[in-house]
Ligand binder design. Sequence first.
Ligand code: ADP
Ligand code: MG
Length: 697
Amino acid sequence: MRPEILFPLFALAGVLPGVGPRTAKLLEGLTGPHVVDVCWHLPVGLIDRRYAPPLGAAEPGRIATLTLQIGPHAAPHNPRQPYRIHGNDETGEIELVFFHARPDYLNKVLPEGEVRVVSGRVEIFGGRLQMTHPDHIGKLEDLDSLKTVEPVYGLTGGLTLKTVSKAVHAAVARAPDLPEWLDPAYQTREGWPSWHAALTAVHAPQSGADLEPTTPARQRLAYDELLANQLALALVRHHQTAQRGRAISGDGHLREKILAALPFDLTGSQRQAVEEILADMAQPARMLRLLQGDVGSGKTVVALLAMLAAVETGAQAAIMAPTEILARQHYKTIAPLAEAAGVTLVLLTGRDKGKARVAVLSQLESGEAHLVVGTHALFQEDVAFHNLALAVIDEQHRFGVHQRLTLSKKGQAVDVLVMTATPIPRTLVLTSYGDMEVSRLTEKPAGRQPIDTRALPLERLGEVTDGVGRALSEGTKVYWVCPLVTDSEVLDLAAAEARHAELKARFGERVGLVHGRMAGRDRDAVMAGFAEGSAKGSIDLLVATTVIEVGVDVPQATIMVIEHAERFGLAQLHQLRGRIGRGAEKSTCLLLYLNPLGETARARIRILRETDDGFRIAEEDLHLRGAGELLGTRQSGFPEFRLADLAVHSDLLATARDDARLILARDADLAGPRGQALRVLLYLFARDAAVRYLRSG
Ligand code: ADP
Ligand code: MG
């Protein structure tokens, strides 16, 4: 249950003075529904009203707070003309200008013959000073309260700055003092204010420097948010690993056979990853490890060795891919190796039906099958294992967390290895998996040629096609990628189909097409035709939508054309490009872009030409786009932050992770005094679900 002290913050924003139902609704869209959401709406700029010159010295264009002797009012004859009020001081004169004026009101607030203070932008019009619609009007005694610095907030249609400022002010005024959850030594060292003082300070910037994300107040709030995130993840993980796992360490006899059968030696980072995984599996706690490796870095072999370690103990292992193509490809790669090791491998995808499926299910249930490769079909309820010990999940971000857990429930204390070819920046790994163990494949297998990446405007399509023709006649295989153009799959498809027809008219039957809406069997047939060596009847030029993005491996393909490269994200382009450069031949990637190129698209292409280090590309992508956009945050389950900016606060994230770890080591149930304060923190950032993992409420 949410602690009582937070009730004022979790009231709906409609309780705030000056916020009626209409404003509440608009505020909800802008900030979120609760008072606390309004508090998190940080200023993005400021208006300095401290400039209070005599009229003779007032600089046009600046915001100024002026003390005026109010002169006569001039009401217009034509209501479309403005209402004017004369003002002066010893040094000069000004006109205050009002459109659609209400004279009664203006006579009341700016009575002729009195001294009044106005604040707003000073302009020059027809050679004379004027101020249109002052932002503030007050009496002389209000001068000090008007001569301040005002925060500026992001707005939405229908809300004025005045309304939003008032709501934020009222929301912050409701904020209670909260118990301190920071480690006192850390707080002192950083010189951070209390939560309440920090919240007040961020809404009262005095200069541009106060808006920087690195001020003590902003850092503190960002840290609070990151600590809540890390603590919640640590609690979930603590709960998972506290469940008893089992220690798995095979004798190595199967792995030896595989290593002998492989036509290559493992790279240093493959060897290290295998070691790390085996060490985890040998622990009695459950493994939860992420294997990150760029496209082509050789994750499959690493996974296979881990799987065989499980089989060596008499258990089973499963590997799950996000698409049918990939599952079949894994199956094809693993099958000869499994045979060399003398273990039984089966395949289970959504396309297996009837008798074949029943046979596979019974092999899994009896334990006759040692290894299984599959798709989502592995999650189905009627799939039962004899003794599943390890689940490998490839290309994880296409699966939900829920599915990951479903598979791990199909055995007792199943170890989980998650593999991703999207090199997620360290910071994002932390925010979405928490303190998950990570192995990274940083080396490329030996003999890989670097890819020559070039960018060309789309106008040169004709030349590119000619070049492709020459390459085809020399026996090269070529990918031709058409982008997702619109939200409509149908239109995207039409574009790919048109390009396919065009290329086919020129190059004949050796041109194939794959796209996401094709029946699986047809798609596999085309892919198989492309994977074949160049021969009569083979496919040599493959037009594709982004279905080839993940995992597909055709080493003979050495040219890739990407149309409208400006529409792809950096990581996505890198993934696509990873389809080539897999063999011993030199590869070329042609990025065709539509002029004029925007700044971000230009930067993406530059980075891509500079490096093919997926980890560096991922970090650059984070900076170019911000964490939210990186992987399509909303769908992929990556958290979004309100106060923390991962491009700036990643050092705080690392500290928060260590802090969370230490907190749980000392007080796993958050029962002590700091623990109680940390519970408040979890609720403050709506991590209610994590609190359920605590023993005592
Ligand atoms: P990914 O990490 O993209 O899944 P794969 O596991 O599909 O990469 O491996 C890509 C290709 O590299 C495969 O053909 C695989 O056989 C090969 N490979 C893997 N490890 C090595 C190695 N150490 N040396 C040479 N080739 C390797
Ligand atoms: Mg792979």
